[in-house]
Design a protein around this ligand. Structure first.
Ligand code: C2E
Ligand code: CA
Ligand code: CA
Length: 716
C-alpha cells in the first residue's frame, strides 16, 4: 500500500513540476509575441509616414521640375517683355502649353491680380482662374515665391486614374506671375509607384479611410481626392510569416514535447512499477506473501522510536512452529510449504489491520502489535494463535498436526529499543520451548537471569568443573507398592560462590549451546559412578543430553568411565530423551546396541512430551520408560490423560519395560499410578533430590520412604 501511494505521488509530482514550466514557456512566448507585434506595428506606422512623406515630396519635386523646365523656356521671355498684346500672349501660352504638356496656364498681373492671358480647356478655365486668384491673394501677403502643390476644388478623377495636377506658380519678371497645371496621368503614377515602391498607386475621389493614403486637400482644406496604394507592410508581413513559422514550430515543439513527455511518463511509470515490484519482492516472503524480516524490523524500529510519545505499549510475539521438521521429513517440502502458507492464513485474521505479521524465515514468524494496553492483549492473541495452530492442517488430503510456541516481549518495559525487545522475545520463546512447547511465554524480568546465566555459563562453567563447583544430588525412585527405594537419578547442581545453588534447568541448555555439555556430562558420569560404589545394589540414572550422546566417542567415554570406576556396568542407567533418537535414528540405534552390550541400562526419559513415542518404544531397545511429569499434571485436569497414562503403562509392561512415573507429588497420583500398574514412582512425595550423604540416610529406611520423618532438607 505504501509503495502504491508513493508511485502515484511521484507521478503527481512529475505533472505538477511540468505545469509551472509550461506556464513559464507560454508567458515568455506570449510576451515575445506581444513585443514583436508592437514593434511591427510601430514599424508599420513609421513606414507609412515615410511613404506619405516620400509621396508628398515627389509631388513637390514634380512641381519644382516643372518650374525649372518652364524657367528655361524661351517663350517666357516674350511674356516678360510686356510689349505683347493679349492675342500674342495667348499664343505664347498656347505654345508653352503644348511644349510643356500642360493643360492650363494663366498669366496674372502681380500688381492688381488681373489676368493677362489664359489658355486651357474651356469648361474649367473659369473655375481655375478663380482658384488661382485665391492662391495669389493668399500668397501675395506671404510674398509667395516658388512652387506649391495644390489642386482645384472641382478636380475630377478620370477613369484612368489621372486627375492629379501639378500646380506651379512662377514669378515672371517683376510684375507678372505665371500659373500652370499639369495632369498626372496613369503612366506618371506608375512611374512614381515604381520609384517609391508603392504598389498599385492610384487616385480616388474624396477622403480615403485607408491608412496608406494621402489626402489632397482643396483650398478650403477639404480633401477632394486621395492618393492610395497597397501598403508595403514588411514588418507585419514578416511577423505574419514569423507567426506562421512560429505557430508551426510551436506545434512541432509541442507535439514532440507531448510525445516525449508521454514517453518519459510511460517509462517513469514502468520504472516506478518495476521499482515497486522489486521493493515488494525485496520486502515480502515469496512463499507466504507475508512481509519479511526487513519489513518487520523496520516497522519495529519505527514504533520503538515513537514509543516515548505514546501512552501505549508495543508487543513483539516470536512464533516458532513445533514439529515442523517432522512435517517436512515425513510428507515432503510441498506439504511443509502448504502448512506455512496455511499457518499465515490462520494467524492473519486474528490480527488488527495495523498489526504486522512477518515470516522471519524457515518456520519462524513474528507479530508486531504496535498498540497494546496491557500484556493481556498479547497473551490473548498468543493463546488464540496456539489454538488456531492446534487444529489439524490438511494439505493435499494429508492430515497433519503441529503446534506453535510463542515468546512475547512488551516494550518499553522489556526493552526500549528494537534489539533489546527482540532479544527479550527470543528469551521468552526459548523458555517456552524448554517448558514443553505449544504454548506461549511472556518475557519476565526474571528471565534476565536466564540471560545472565547464559553469560555466566559462557564465562564460568568451564572453570566451575575444574574448581569443583559442581555437585550431584540424587532423587530416589521407589517401588509403587512398597515405597522402598529401587533406584536413584543423579541430578547435577552448580554451587556458585556468588549466586548460590544453580539448577541444571538454568545451565544445561546453555552448556549444550556453548559446547560445554561434553566435559560436563563426563564429569557427572564419573562422579555418579564414584558415588554409586557406595550403593552396590542401587541403579543410578544419569541424564545424557542429545548433544552429548551424538558425540562419536560417547560409547567409548562411557566404557572408559565404567572401567575407571569400581562399579558394575549394570548399575549405570542412561536416561535418554527422544531428541537423541530423532536426528540420526540408525546411528542412535547402533550406539544403543553397543551400550547394551557393555551392560548399561537405558531409560527413555520425559516420555510423552515428544511426538511419536510409541514408535521409539518399539524400535529402540530400552529397559525403562519414564513418564513425564506433565502427563501427571494434565491427568488432574482431563480424564483423557489418565487413559493415556493407563495405556502407556500397559504398553510398557507388554513390551517388558520397567515403567517409572516422574513428578509424583500427591497420594492421589500415587494411588492411580499404583492401580494402573506403574512399577516405579519418583517425585517430591517420596523425596526431593538429595546429597549423597542424605541418600545414605534414606537408604537406611526400612519401608515406605514417603512416610519417613523428618522431611529431607532439600537441595533441589
Ligand atoms: P529430568 O531428567 O526430568 O529430571 C527431573 C526433574 O524433575 C529434576 O529437576 C527434579 O528435581 C524434578 N522433580 C523431581 N520430582 C519432582 C516433583 O515431584 N515435582 C517437581 N515439580 N519436580 C520434580 P532438576 O534437577 O532441576 O533437573 C532438571 C532437568 O535438568 C532434568 O530433568 C534433566 O533433564 C536436566 N539435568 C539434570 N541433571 C543433569 C545432568 O547431569 N546431565 C544432563 N544432561 N541433564 C541434567
Ligand atoms: Ca532424567
Ligand atoms: Ca524427566
Amino acid at each position: 500500500m505504501v509503495s502504491r501511494k508513493s508511485q502515484t505521488g511521484s507521478r503527481h509530482s512529475v505533472s505538477i513540476s511540468l505545469i509551472p514550466i509550461a506556464l513559464l514557456v507560454l508567458c515568455v512566448m506570449g510576451s515575445l509575441a506581444l513585443v514583436a507585434h508592437s514593434a511591427a506595428m510601430r514599424q508599420v506606422s513609421v513606414e507609412l509616414e515615410r511613404e506619405k512623406l516620400q509621396l508628398t515630396q515627389s509631388f513637390h519635386y514634380e512641381a519644382e521640375g516643372l518650374l525649372s523646365v518652364l524657367a528655361r523656356d524661351e517663350g517666357l521671355g516674350d511674356l516678360v517683355s510686356g510689349g505683347q498684346n493679349r492675342a500674342d500672349r495667348d499664343r505664347t501660352l498656347q505654345n508653352l502649353l503644348r511644349r510643356q504638356n500642360l493643360d492650363y496656364a494663366v498669366l496674372v498681373s502681380r500688381m492688381d491680380g488681373v489676368t493677362l492671358a489664359e489658355v486651357g480647356e474651356p469648361d474649367v478655365i473659369l473655375q481655375r482662374a478663380r482658384a488661382v486668384q485665391m492662391v495669389i491673394d493668399n500668397s501675395r501677403m506671404r510674398g509667395m515665391e516658388g512652387a506649391t502643390l495644390g489642386i482645384g476644388r472641382e478636380a475630377r478623377v478620370a477613369q484612368d486614374g489621372t486627375g492629379l495636377m501639378t500646380f506651379a506658380t512662377l514669378p515672371v519678371g517683376r510684375t507678372l506671375v505665371l500659373i500652370v497645371t499639369r495632369p498626372i496621368n496613369t503612366l506618371a503614377l506608375r512611374r512614381l509607384a515604381t520609384m517609391l515602391a508603392l504598389p498599385n498607386l492610384r487616385v480616388i475621389a474624396g477622403r480615403s479611410t485607408l491608412e496608406s493614403s494621402l489626402a489632397i486637400t482643396g483650398l478650403d482644406s477639404r480633401a477632394v481626392m486621395s492618393v492610395i496604394w497597397d501598403p508595403a507592410r514588411e514588418a507585419s508581413d514578416i511577423l505574419g510569416e514569423l507567426a506562421l513559422f512560429g505557430f508551426i514550430g510551436t506545434c512541432l515543439v509541442a507535439t514532440v514535447g507531448v510525445l516525449l513527455f508521454r514517453r518519459i511518463r510511460r517509462s517513469t511509470e514502468e520504472l516506478l512499477r518495476r521499482e515497486a515490484q522489486a521493493s515488494h519482492e525485496a520486502r515480502h516472503d515469496a512463499l507466504s506473501g507475508l512481509p519479511n524480516r526487513t519489513v518487520f524490523i523496520d516497522a519495529l524500529n519505527e514504533n520503538m522510536e515513537d514509543l516515548p510519545h505514546r501512552d501505549h505499549s508495543v508487543a513483539v510475539l516470536l512464533l516458532d512452529l513445533d514439529k515442523f521438521k517432522d512435517v517436512n521429513d515425513t510428507y515432503g517440502h510441498a506439504a511443509g510449504d502448504g502448512v506455512l502458507v496455511e499457518f499465515g492464513a490462520r494467524v492473519r485474521p486474528l490480527l488488527r489491520q495495523t498489526d504486522v505479521l512477518a515470516r522471519l524465515g524457515g518456520d519462524e514468524f513474528a507479530v508486531l502489535l504496535p498498540a497494546v494496553r496491557s500484556h493481556l492483549d498479547a497473551t490473548r492473541l498468543a493463546q488464540a494463535i496456539v489454538d488456531a495452530t492446534n487444529r489439524p492442517f490438511v494439505v493435499d488430503g494429508i492430515d497433519m498436526r503441529i503446534g506453535v510456541t510463542v515468546g512475547i516481549a512488551i516494550g518499553p518495559s522489556d526493552g526500549t529499543d528494537s534489539a533489546t525487545l527482540l532479544r527479550a522475545a527470543d528469551t521468552a520463546l526459548y523458555r517456552a520451548k524448554n517448558e514443553g512447547r505449544n504454548r506461549f511465554n511472556l518475557y519476565e524480568h526474571r528471565m534476565n537471569e536466564q540471560e545472565r546465566m547464559r553469560k555466566l555459563v559462557d564465562d564460568e562453567l568451564r572453570g566451575a568443573i575444574e574448581r569443583d563447583e559442581l555437585t550431584l544430588v540424587y532423587q530416589p525412585q521407589v517401588h509403587a507398592d512398597s515405597g522402598r527405594i529401587a533406584s536413584v537419578e543423579a541430578l547435577v547442581r552448580w554451587r556458585h560462590p556468588v549466586h548460590g545453588m544453580i539448577s541444571p534447568s538454568m545451565f544445561i541448555s546453555a552448556a549444550e549451546e556453548r559446547g560445554l555439555i561434553v566435559p560436563l556430562g563426563e564429569w557427572v558420569m564419573r562422579r555418579a559412578m564414584r558415588d554409586a560404589a557406595r550403593w552396590p545394589k542401587l541403579r543410578v540414572g544419569v541424564n545424557v543430553s542429545a548433544v552429548q550422546f551424538r558425540q562419536k566417542d560417547f560409547v567409548r567415554s562411557v566404557a572408559r568411565v565404567l572401567k575407571e570406576s569400581a562399579v558394575q556396568s549394570s548399575q549405570l542407567e542412561l536416561e535418554l530423551t527422544e531428541g537423541v533418537l530423532v536426528e540420526d535414528a540408525d546411528q542412535a540405534q547402533a550406539a544403543m546396541m553397543e551400550l547394551r552390550s557393555l551392560g548399561v541400562k537405558l531409560a527413555l526419559d520425559d516420555f510423552g512430551t515428544g511426538y511419536s513415542s510409541l514408535i521409539y518404544l518399539r524400535r529402540f531397545a530400552f529397559d525403562k520408560i519414564k513418564i513425564d511429569k506433565s502427563f501427571l499434571d494434565q491427568m488432574e485436569a482431563t480424564g483423557e490423560s489418565a487413559i493415556l497414562v493407563h495405556s502407556v503403562v500397559h504398553l510398557g509392561r507388554a513390551l517388558g519395560l520397567e515403567v517409572t512415573a516422574e513428578g509424583v507429588e500427591t497420594e492421589e497420583q500415587r494411588r492411580f499410578l499404583q492401580a494402573v500398574g506403574c512399577h516405579l514412582l519418583q517425585g517430591y512425595l517420596f523425596s526431593k533430590p538429595v546429597a549423597a550423604e542424605q541418600l545414605d540416610e534414606l537408604l537406611q529406611v526400612d519401608g515406605d520412604i514417603s512416610r519417613y520423618p523428618p522431611r529431607q532438607p532439600t537441595a533441589a
